[in-house]
Ligand binder design. Structure first.
Ligand SMILES: Cc1cc2nc3c(=O)[nH]c(=O)nc-3n(C[C@H](O)[C@H](O)[C@H](O)COP(=O)(O)OP(=O)(O)OC[C@H]3O[C@@H](n4cnc5c(N)ncnc54)[C@H](O)[C@@H]3O)c2cc1C
Length: 387
């Protein structure tokens, strides 16, 4: 295939790697810079929904991805005492899969497509004319630069592109703990369950991450000092969730507290997703709170969508404009509705229970929450197993 151009990508996360594969498959030479010395992500699980499955399928790696995860049969919403408020035959995500597993398969697929991955390469800035600058003084030129360098993006900050950067009132800490044999057995008999429990202005979500691991995220307000301390304050969490004290004690004993730290959720919107030859995507461009489990989904959809747009149009500047016009409305829809879902945490008890139940009785609301997951991403269906 004739080479169509050269791209330098910053960040070997979900967005950067999918963009790299999409462009390499379409005849570009691709170099990815990853500041970490090893490829990988934290061990936490990630919710994989149908839109993300379409992306993996278009890249030819869906079966391998699913082999490392677990399918979720239903979602139970509880109050702090463990009373069931709502049961839905859907998780917030159809599968839950370890991030390590996904990133390692995406990296393998990128290498097979001819992508050059530089680990230990920290990029500090980029110029809209098409140059990137490493912190070691090196620089590289390209026809296209993709900044997929995550929520604290150096490139975004160096370009002054931020329109809104909202540090939300709430945040969370994620942990992985071993599943108990009786939990595995119970899920085997009755179906795998994601549990989301709400109490006051706190939330606990837990769900199997694999056959052996349980993923848990504890959410509370930034001002809630006993809620956000790590290792967790078992007494304080136990008072908020009296029906879940044994889980809370297990979290305290088994979590890796060097890795698990509480962090505030953020929402980022840019004035534009590109500047000259630089495109920004993923958390660098459109971070969102995690309630609908779609941050990585949009990073990957927008990465593949970018590859399709630059393939469709030989003028890079027009291609970047077309890409933003096509992908941005759905991304901002999800940013808005994940914020709406998350507002439940601020409601008083009676309203919280009502709000949770409305998801079942207001199909229009459920439709907004699931719009991204039902979306067929750009590039899915047209690109097939090209490895
Ligand atoms: C609590 C929580 C739960 C979540 N749950 C889900 C979920 O279930 N489903 C879902 O879809 N999303 C979820 N998300 C969101 C998801 O994690 C992010 O949206 C996703 O990781 C964004 O992917 P990305 O590729 O843009 O950035 P990242 O995954 O952050 O990758 C960025 C990469 O760039 C590298 N990098 C950074 N700076 C530089 C530099 N200067 N030079 C070179 N490399 C650099 C980083 O090391 C990293 O490898 C969750 C987020 C949180 C906080």
């Amino acid at each position: 295939m004739a080479k169509k151009g050269h791209v330098e990508i910053i960040g070997a996360g979900f967005g950067g790697l999918v963009t790299a594969i999409g462009l390499a498959d379409r005849g570009w030479t691709v170099r990815v810079h990853e500041r970490r010395s090893l490829l990988g992500a934290e061990g936490y699980g990630i919710a994989i929904q149908d839109n993300m499955a379409h992306v993996f399928s278009a890249l030819g790696i869906l079966d391998d991805i699913l082999q490392g995860g677990i399918e979720i049969d239903r979602r139970d919403s509880l109050d702090g005492n463990g009373n069931l408020l709502l049961r839905l035959n859907t998780g917030l995500g159809r599968y839950r899969i370890s991030r390590h597993h996904i990133i390692s398969l995406l990296s393998e697929r990128a290498l097979a497509a001819g992508v050059d991955i530089h680990t230990g390469s920290n990029i500090s800035s980029a110029s809209p004319e098409g140059e990137i600058y490493g912190s070691d003084g090196k620089s590289w030129r390209a026809d296209l630069i993709v900044a997929a360098d995550g929520i604290n993006s150096n490139i975004r900050e160096s370009l002054n592109l931020t329109k809104h950067h909202i540090h939300r009132k709430e945040g969370g800490v994620r942990v992985i703990i071993p599943r108990l044999p009786e939990e595995v057995e119970n899920d085997r008999k009755h179906g795998t369950t994601m549990v989301e429990a709400w109490s006051g202005d706190r939330r606990i979500l837990y769900c199997p991450n694999s056959q052996t691991d349980l993923y848990v995220i504890l959410t509370c307000m930034n001002k809630d000092l006993s809620g956000r301390v790590t290792p967790i304050d078992t007494e304080s969490w136990g008072q908020a969730f009296p029906g879940m004290t044994s889980l809370i004690n297990r979290i305290s004993e088994c979590a890796d507290w060097d890795e698990s730290k509480w962090a505030r959720f953020q929402t980022i919107r840019l004035k534009s997703w590109s500047n000259g030859r630089i495109a920004l995507l993923g958390d660098a461009a459109h971070a969102m709170p995690p309630y609908l489990g779609q941050g990585a989904g949009h990073a990957m959809m927008n990465g593949l969508g970018l590859a399709v747009s630059v393939d469709e149009c030989s003028d890079i500047f027009t291609a970047l404009g077309n890409w933003e016009d096509r992908e941005r409305p759905l991304t901002e829809h999800t940013q808005f509705w994940t914020g709406v879902y998350g507002k439940t945490i601020f409601f008083p008890g009676w309203l919280k229970a009502l709000a949770i139940k409305t998801e079942k009785h207001l199909p229009l609301l459920a439709k907004q929450y699931s719009r991204a997951s039902k979306h067929i991403p750009t590039g899915c269906g047209s690109v097939d197993n090209r490895t």
